[in-house]
Design a protein around this ligand. Structure first.
Ligand SMILES: Nc1c(C(=O)O)ncn1[C@@H]1O[C@H](COP(=O)(O)O)[C@@H](O)[C@H]1O
Length: 160
């Protein structure tokens, strides 16, 4: 596989069952993607290294997923000009509302594109990354349009 264009980072291995939906969607479009655990809380130096070097390493879009006190997406965004798409991972105690609120309320000047809580959010984060890349890749744009057309065709009109 060629050098990754999309990086998917997550606060813990326990986020992988959710975050793998983003990776699978991106791979479906033949886009190279890398996934790893990076935590603002538990591995702050790994976070700094990743976020400050991502652009030089050829990454074009970052997807960051975390649960609970989910500071990872915002901290990544604070250290790069790359677009950061965020996934609030479902938490046990507060059903992901904690993750959502701690990701979405960014201070003015540091932008994070927050998706829905849990698996739909992870899937859509992958889709958003492909949409961003498709802006400068006509072949990918064509594949994306075909994917959307197939989705539209698969929705039945009948209720039963
Ligand atoms: N929110 C963060 C960060 C962070 O934001 O840096 N690092 C880990 N975590 C989250 O802690 C939750 C529980 O992690 P464990 O399952 O490892 O205890 C995970 O959802 C992870 O994203």
């Amino acid at each position: 596989m060629s050098k990754a264009k999309v990086a998917v980072v997550m606060g813990s291995r326990s986020d992988w069952p959710t975050m793998k939906l983003a990776v699978e969607l991106i791979e479906e479009f033949g886009v190279s993607v890398e996934a790893k655990v990076v935590s603002a809380h538990r591995t702050p130096e790994r976070l700094c290294e990743f976020a400050t070097q991502a652009k030089d390493n050829g990454i074009q879009v970052i997807i960051a997923g975390a649960g609970g006190a989910a500071h990872l997406p915002g901290m990544v965004a604070s250290m790069t000009t790359l677009p950061v798409v965020a996934v609030p991972v479902m938490s046990k105690a507060l059903n992901g509302v904690d993750s959502l609120l701690s990701i979405v309320q960014m201070p003015k000047g540091v932008a994070v594109a927050t998706q829905a809580i849990g698996e739909p959010g992870a899937f859509n984060a992958g889709l958003m990354a492909v949409q961003i890349l498709a802006l400068s890749d006509p072949e990918l744009a064509k594949a994306l349009q075909a994917w959307k057309d197939r989705q539209t065709d698969s929705v039945p009109v009948e209720v039963e």
